[in-house]
Design a protein around this ligand. Structure first.
Ligand SMILES: Cc1cc2nc3c(=O)[nH]c(=O)nc-3n(C[C@H](O)[C@H](O)[C@H](O)COP(=O)(O)OP(=O)(O)OC[C@H]3O[C@@H](n4cnc5c(N)ncnc54)[C@H](O)[C@@H]3O)c2cc1C
Length: 399
């Protein structure tokens, strides 16, 4: 059996690794540029498991178990750092109902085996002496969710796939998907048509255009999001927690010794772009905005120094939940629309999509909620849970 995986990011790598490990056939990864050229090389790679809906929390948990036990499960290292993750939600004034929602979401996560608890602002202050906490009452606290090195993890995943027999073709763009009579038969590349019994499209923001060549409509749009790496002042040499901070409007994590990765929520950076031509550099004013935003949570960061940064692309689905599974064409599968939060889930996507492809059913986690056909009606407009937070910061996605 010939299997083509389009996209050499963490998702394509993970699907290829699982399919080859389970001896599904001859698996080839086609990557138009280099491994981790897309979001997988530009991401924050925070592994927060805090979600307001169970299907995504399950994928985050299953993914985290792989990251945490990488050497045993995948082999090598993904640069995992077990580190506290703090998620803040507004609770003052009109936002008071978020307190109860936070408790309910943590209870759901605990049921799934996620080590998380609600902490008070006072407890956060003890854990994070440099933090400003007067603007919050409670936060979600995950002692060990941590983060990984995204390029190391993607490369290591693809090395594992190679060890299992996968062929990697860098610099080969897949120009089209060929189907006949409702069944996929191959892919088109600059070198001609390659036959394939199974094609998995894991092409991130490029998926919409590629799937259209097989007549499959994929409602994924592309937005541009920036991050910076800043040097912390010496008084903050000890790394702070990872924050997904909907109150201060930032996501941040320690990067390398003395440095932090910072991203700022903000509508102006969420304009739709063309993935082929998007500007992947920081806007001129972005570093100052990022530093002033992180200083809302860690005031001493006002003296942080910008070192470098970049933009990356989010593949946004209409409901900001991933699209994983079959496509209506036999043998053609899709894993895209991760909406800015797919890195942590990627190992789980590989495991479950391989189960679906080979066994006809995903057993390790339910993929039904992620089906592409949810967009055929207005069903996708129904929120995935009753515990979604109200917050004003625009991260491009909810929680
Ligand atoms: C700034 C930023 C911060 C983020 N922070 C987090 C975070 O903290 N935690 C988290 O979980 N997620 C985060 N994400 C999201 C996460 O990085 C992505 O969801 C994840 O990396 C998607 O992986 P992927 O393999 O699906 O896509 P990609 O990494 O984009 O890979 C797709 C690949 O397909 C290739 N390709 C496309 N078209 C073709 C074609 N026709 N032929 C051949 N190859 C093709 C591309 O070159 C690319 O390498 C962030 C993303 C960004 C941009």
């Amino acid at each position: 059996m010939e299997i083509a995986v389009v996209g050499g990011g963490i998702v394509g790598g993970s699907v290829a690794w699982q399919l080859a490990s389970r001896h599904a056939g001859n698996v080839t990864i086609y990557e138009q540029a280099v491994i981790a050229a897309g979001a997988s090389g530009r991401t924050g790679a925070l592994l927060r498991r805090h979600y307001t809906n169970e299907p995504e929390a399950r994928l985050a948990q299953l993914g985290w178990e792989v990251f945490r036990n990488w050497d045993e499960r995948v082999g090598g290292s993904c640069g995992y750092v077990p580190w506290p993750v703090v998620v803040t939600v507004a609770t003052k004034g009109d936002y008071a109902s978020n307190v109860d929602l936070l408790h309910r979401n943590i209870a759901m996560q605990n049921r799934l085996g996620i080590d998380a608890r609600v902490i008070s602002a006072g407890e956060l202050q003890e854990l994070e002496p440099h933090a400003f906490v007067d603007d919050i009452d409670v936060a979600a606290y995950e002692p060990e969710s941590g983060y990984v090195d995204s390029i190391q993890a993607t490369s290591s995943m693809i090395e594992a796939a190679q060890r299992a027999g996968v062929t990697v073709q860098e610099g080969v763009e897949v120009l089209g998907i060929v189907e006949s009579g409702g069944r996929v038969t191959g892919i088109e590349t600059g070198d001609g048509t390659k036959s394939a019994d199974i094609v998995v499209c894991a092409a991130g923001p490029w998926s919409t255009q590629l799937m259209a060549t097989a007549g499959v409509e994929v409602p994924v749009s592309t937005i541009r999001v920036q991050i910076i790496i800043a040097q912390r002042p010496f008084e903050l040499a000890h790394p702070h927690a990872v924050y997904l901070d909907t109150v201060a409007g930032i996501f941040t994590r320690p990067w390398a010794p003395g440095r932090s990765l910072v991203g700022v929520a903000g509508g102006d950076q969420h304009d739709e772009v063309d993935p082929k031509t998007a500007n992947l550099f920081n806007d001129r004013d972005y570093p100052a905005r990022a530093i002033s935003a992180i200083a809302k949570r860690i005031p001493g960061m006002k003296n942080a120094r910008y070192l470098h940064g970049h933009a990356g692309l989010y593949d946004m689905s209409p409901d900001a939940h991933p699209i994983i599974g079959g496509t209506g064409i036999e043998g053609l599968y899709l894993a895209a629309g991760f909406s800015g939060a797919g890195f942590k889930k990627a190992p789980a996507v590989g495991i479950t999509l391989a189960e679906l492809i080979m066994d006809g059913e995903a057993r390790s986690a339910d993929l039904a909620p992620f089906a592409l056909d949810r967009f055929a009606t207005d069903a996708w407009k129904t929120p995935w849970s009753e515990t979604e937070y109200r917050f004003d910061s625009d991260f491009g996605h909810g929680l």
